[in-house]
Design a protein around this ligand. Structure first.
Ligand code: PAF
Length: 282
């Protein structure tokens, strides 16, 4: 595995790979790699000749009161995970390498953002779309891999790839979960022991909702109420949102039909957790 901090040097190495017609799979991350990332890397490894991993905690996608400073970072550990996963090129740029002194252009996302996390994190998806536009242009991958846990991010990136004509296949990969159902996340380490026990209830509440839908419940408000009651009764977390939408359009619905998403964000003392489930209704 080769590690690059310079975009120009990485581009040079990848030009060389492309000249040999090697396909490139790209996994963008903010580091502190966990099983979820390892699964993306494994899939990328199986489907491409070359695997590129980027690790960059992107300041542009954090709000002023968010956890940019305290976001967990551990390059040495990440390098071991990456090497074991068969990564060929690790790109680890500084903020200055990515944005220089004063960037003059940013990408603004127009739709699919005024709900779920986007609503409460103004500018977040502009930051994600901007950094990915840069990474896509630097790496020019054939495929890019993202976790379905960030379902809104997947919907936004789908729009970015289509609108900007990136010749990249978006590969959305199933959420990887702990044994008790908690979605893997870098932020889980910030939960107290008690909160970690409660956190299993996020997925349990989604399964309960899914069961209700499969038994015929079609009223969106009834479904969100069911999830909300479960979270309230079994956790000390504060509900940021529990919402139901058409997916991937992220259009609000009153009556469930077609492909729908039930998504939630729950705030614990030092960690805000998100999770979702999608259901196909015949
Ligand atoms: O999902 C993430 O970790 C980030 O939003 C991403 C896609 C790496 C962009 O910074």
């Amino acid at each position: 595995m080769k590690t690059f901090t310079s975009a120009a040097e990485l581009q040079q190495a990848l030009r060389e790979e492309k000249s040999h017609h090697n396909s490139i799979g790209y996994v963008p991350t903010m580091g502190f790699l966990h099983q979820g990332h390892a699964t993306l890397l494994e899939k990328a490894r199986n489907e491409n000749d070359i695997v590129v991993l980027s690790i960059f905690v992107n300041p542009l996608q954090f709000g002023p009161n968010e956890d940019f400073e305290t976001y967990p970072r551990d390059l040495e550990r990440d390098e071991n995970v990456a090497a074991k996963a068969g990564v060929d090129y690790l790109f680890y740029p500084t903020v200055h390498e990515m944005y220089g002194e004063e960037p003059s252009v940013k990408v603004v996302v127009q739709s699919r953002t005024d709900c779920l996390c986007g609503k409460q994190r103004p500018g977040h998806f502009d930051g994600v779309a901007t950094v990915l536009t840069k990474f896509f242009n630097i790496i020019l991958p054939d495929r890019a891999y993202f976790g379905k846990k960030d379902a809104q991010q997947v919907a936004v990136i789908d729009g970015l790839i289509q609108d900007f004509n990136f010749p990249i296949q978006l590969v959305a990969v199933d959420t990887v979960r702990e044994e008790d159902g908690l979605a893997k996340s870098s932020r889980n380490v910030n939960l107290s022991v008690q909160e970690r026990m409660e956190a299993r209830e996020l997925y349990q509440s989604l399964l309960k909702a899914k069961e209700a839908v499969e038994s015929g419940e079609r009223n969106a408000a009834a479904v969100t109420a069911l999830v909300s009651e479960h979270i309230g009764a079994h956790t000390s977390g504060v509900i940021d949102y529990i919402e139901v939408y058409q997916y991937p359009e992220l259009k609000p619905i009153e009556t469930l039909s077609g492909h729908v998403i039930i998504a939630m964000a729950i705030k614990f003392k030092h960690a805000r957790l998100i999770d979702n489930i999608t259901i196909n209704i015949e």
